[in-house]
Design a protein around this ligand. Sequence first.
Ligand SMILES: [Zn+2]
Length: 273
Amino acid sequence: MPELPEVETVRRQMSQALVGVKIKKIIVRFGGRIQPSAAVLTKVLTGAKFQSFERRAKLLLSNFNNGWTLVTHLKMTGKYVLKKHGTTPEKHAHVIFELSNGFDLWFHDVRKFGYLKLLKTNDLETKIFGKENYGPEPLEKSFTMAVMTERLKMRPKKLLKPLLMDPTCIAGIGNIYADEACWHARTRPTRRINTLTKLEFAALYEGIQTSLKESIKHRGASSENYRDLYDTEGESVKFLHAYGKEKCPRCHGAMKKIKIGSRSAHFCPKCQS
Ligand SMILES: [Zn+2]
C-alpha cells in the first residue's frame, strides 16, 4: 500500500504538472468508489482548474479553483497516471480526466479499494479530519522527538510496530517504514512501548525521519503495485534495510519475518533487541 513517501511523491509530481490545468471532460468508466456520485463529480469538476495539492496522512487532496476538493485514498493498488491525450485506456482506468494541457489523467485501480471523495474545501476539517483523528505528520517541523515519544507513550502497553502504523498515533507510516524505523533504532518491532529506553526513542525518531526522507528522494517504494504519476516505479526498494530483506545490511546476519496480528514484520534478530 502506498505510504507517506509514495503519496507525497505523487503530490509533488501533480503540483509540478497540473497546477493551473483545466479539466475539459470527465469520463467515468467505473463509478462505484466515487462519493457522493460520479454524476456530481462530473458536474462539479468539468471546467474546474487544479489550484493546489496537499497530503494528509495517506490522503491526497486536489484543491480546485471553484472551492471544491477531491480527496483520494489510493489504498492497495490505486494510482494516478498521466497519459498523452487519446491513449487507449487500460482496463482498470476507472476515471479519465481530459486536461487542457494535452494529457489525460487516469485514476487507475486494479483492486478497487481506493476511493475519490468530493467535498467543499471548507468542509474538509469537519467532514474528514475532525472525524479521522489523525496523529501528527512525521515530517512537519513541529514533530519533534518529544512529540513522537509522547504520542507513543500514550499507549504504553502496545507493541511498537503496530502502534507506529496506527494513523491516529502518527500519520502516514505503514508496513515498510515501520520496519525500517525499527531497524534503524536497533529495536524489535514486537517490543512494548513501556520497555523502550530514552536512547531507543531517540534512535527511532531518527529512523522515522531518515527512512521517510530517503524514500521521498527516490520517489517511493514500488515493492508491490505502486507507480508514480508517470507510471514509473519508485526506486527506494533498493535503499531499504529491513523490509523484504533476506540479509541484514548492518551485520550480514539473516533477517527474520514474523507475523504481528495479521501483518508481517521484518527484523534482524542479531542487531535488533
Ligand atoms: Zn543485523
